[in-house]
Design a protein around this ligand. Structure first.
Ligand code: ATP
Ligand code: MG
Length: 597
């Protein structure tokens, strides 16, 4: 008889006291899974699986990308099972006999022809030919989607969007009722096809499901540049996030270059970026007025002056006065070369020395305090006086007189009286004589550059019709220098040009392009397209896209990515920036009427 309490004391195994080890699965697994007929609840999240059960006769390329680029989390399982071609051919033969019989029957009865039958007949025959010659193969395709949301309502909304995108293309989906677990598993990368809803499909339409075809350029920062034409997503981008913030825009006249830059300007201003625009057509005036910026008309007759001898008002800590002075004198020599119609090697040296002396005469040297320089900036006539005192300078003095005493003096021989306080500053140079325009652009750019160096701010400099400045070697070299150094001064330079050919003629053209992380191509003319293709390594598709682009459409390159873009502006933006004469006249009339009350 067993008497319990006489039993030998049992040892309790130590394992019981051991804490259970927690594995990675315990960490990532949801706390619970609830299975309902038409969805799953994974912890706090809801998931719902669908399958595609019907496709149209014709699948266009990239039909699937709007779904892939949908801004909601989603898992997609694409199961492709190869089918036996021999078997398929046999089935097709049977099918085609049926179709043919029906056609003949209708004919015998004297009924009018049925296009659907004829198309089916043709499709079947083509397919048979292609399968026979092994140009195509047959597959069974199962496509399953699982979407996720925080609430059932969110799931429903996603379902509606998904349905409307697909049904517009005559593709129909169904939720995997009572098969949510299988649907979920089939969407995960296990290679498990547990739903088994298949559509027979040949190689060509199958290839159109390939998902990775379009780039997305949406980020959380930056401004809206336009709409991605591949998938209708938004192109949101912050150019200051790239290795440099320069951009260049190329397109033929009237294709919307200035428009796109104006749209960008308006939106950058909203983010607090300052904009400076060099405007050879005075077409940014309305924009400047609308946002309370300043429009500086620069011409011989205008009261706005910029002294080419200006120096930075404050120096950065890492800059030495002698370097600043030296680099200023160097690019002043470049400017003189432009103004005086070229300099011989000897004259080059003389001008260099004369400039140093002109500054020194005003006590501006590497030894003096840079903060006192701005009070004593010399004028063109001071340079003339110095040159007069030097040997062998007769020709130089004669040529420089044009700018100190002649008709050009009102612009070139005056102290600076403009300022760049406003967030948007436009320098309009339409009224400047053509021959002086590159010189004026150079002087303005030097002025801007000195300002940029004096105070660190997020800025964008737009050089519209940049070929004006690229025409001369010195202008081009200055612009290139600017692009190269802009990044360190938080500056992004936008260059706009009509003709890539002109731009590339200059030895600085290519380096300016390669120093721009952002590139923007719009409609091109057949004459230049080959050069554009070569310069930007375009594919043939991209080439045709640019040849046929509408106004405001183009390709947007950002670093390594490229997307097809359409620039869109809101109604208000459009009213501010349009250059269409018809629109402008309308706005003018409306304004007049408003004034009259
Ligand atoms: N995205 C757009 N949406 C609507 N209209 C546009 C768009 N882009 C440009 N336009 C209109 O097309 C016309 C030409 O545009 P824009 O002045 O920008 O051309 P451009 O390329 O700068 O030409 P140019 O080289 O001659 O200066 C303008 O009337 C402008 O209003
Ligand atoms: Mg323009």
């Amino acid at each position: 008889m067993a008497i319990p309490f006489l039993k030998k004391k049992r040892e309790i195994p130590e394992k019981i006291f051991e804490a259970p080890t927690i594995g990675i699965k315990d960490i990532i697994a949801p706390s619970s899974i609830a299975l309902v007929s038409d969805h799953l609840k994974l912890g706090n999240r809801f998931a719902k699986s669908f399958f595609i059960f019907s496709y149209p006769r014709y699948l266009s390329t990239a039909w699937f990308s709007p779904v892939i680029n949908l801004n909601t989390p989603m898992d997609i399982g694409l199961h492709i099972h190869p089918a036996d071609t021999g078997m398929t051919l046999k089935q097709l033969r049977k099918k085609i006999t049926e179709v043919q019989a029906e056609i003949i029957e209708r004919e015998e009865k004297g009924l009018i022809r049925e296009p659907a039958l004829e198309i089916a007949y043709k499709d079947l025959e083509t397919l048979r030919d292609r399968l026979m010659t092994a140009q195509e193969k047959m597959f069974k395709l199962g496509l399953y989607l699982t979407v996720y949301g925080d609430t059932e309502k969110e799931l429903r909304e996603i379902e509606i969007t998904l349905r409307s995108i697909l049904e517009a293309k005559l593709i129909y989906i169904k939720p995997a009722l009572y098969q949510q677990k299988e649907g979920f598993n089939s969407s995960l990368p296990y290679g498990l096809d547990q739903i088994q809803v298949h559509t027979s499909i040949n190689t060509e339409p199958l290839s159109s499901t390939f998902p990775f075809i379009s780039f997305d350029l949406s980020s959380n920062e930056g401004i809206l540049y336009g709409i991605n034409r591949h998938n209708n997503s938004l192109i949101l981008f912050d150019r200051f996030s790239l290795e440099n913030s320069n951009s260049c825009v190329f397109a033929k006249s009237g294709s919307g270059k200035s428009y796109m830059v104006k749209v960008e300007t308006l939106r950058q201003l909203m983010l607090g970026v300052n904009e400076i625009i060099l405007d050879p057509e005075n077409e940014y005036r309305a924009l400047a007025e609308a946002v309370g910026g300043s429009f500086l008309n620069i011409s011989l007759a205008s009261p706005n002056h910029i002294n080419p001898f200006d120096l930075p008002t404050t120096l950065r800590e890492d800059e030495k006065p002698e370097d600043v002075l030296r680099s200023n004198i160097l690019n002043l020599v470049g400017l003189m070369r432009l103004m005086l119609g070229g300099l011989s090697a000897e004259e080059d040296g003389i001008i260099d020395r004369a400039l140093t002396e002109t500054y020194a005469a005003k006590d501006i040297t590497s030894e003096t305090d840079p903060s006192t320089w701005p009070e004593r900036i010399p004028l063109m006539e001071d340079l003339e006086a110095v040159l007069e005192g030097m040997e062998g300078t007769e020709s130089l003095v004669r040529r420089i007189r044009k700018f100190t005493k002649g008709t050009f003096a009102p612009f070139f021989n005056q102290p600076t009286n403009v300022s760049m306080e406003k967030p948007l500053v436009v320098f309009g140079i339409r009224d400047m004589e053509d021959e002086l325009r590159p010189i004026a652009m150079f002087i303005i750019m030097r002025y801007i550059w000195n300002k940029v160096r004096s105070e660190l701010k997020k800025r964008i400099l737009v050089v519209d019709e940049a070929w004006w400045i690229m025409k001369t070697e010195d202008g081009a070299s200055f612009l290139f220098g600017l692009c190269k150094r802009a990044r360190k001064y938080w500056l992004g330079v936008t260059t706009i040009t009509q003709d890539v050919g002109d731009f590339m003629k200059s030895e600085y053209g290519k380096p300016i392009i390669t120093n721009s992380s952002l590139q923007f191509l719009m409609k091109q003319s057949p004459a230049t397209i080959d050069l554009v293709q070569k310069t930007f390594n375009l594919t043939d598709e991209e080439k045709y896209l640019l040849l046929e682009a509408e106004v405001g459409e183009g390709i947007f390159f950002a670093g390594q990515k490229r997307v097809s873009i359409k620039v869109v502006a809101s109604y208000t933006e459009d009213q501010i920036i349009t250059t269409s004469p018809e629109e402008i006249l309308k706005i003018k009339r409306a304004k007049q009427e408003l004034a009259r009350g």
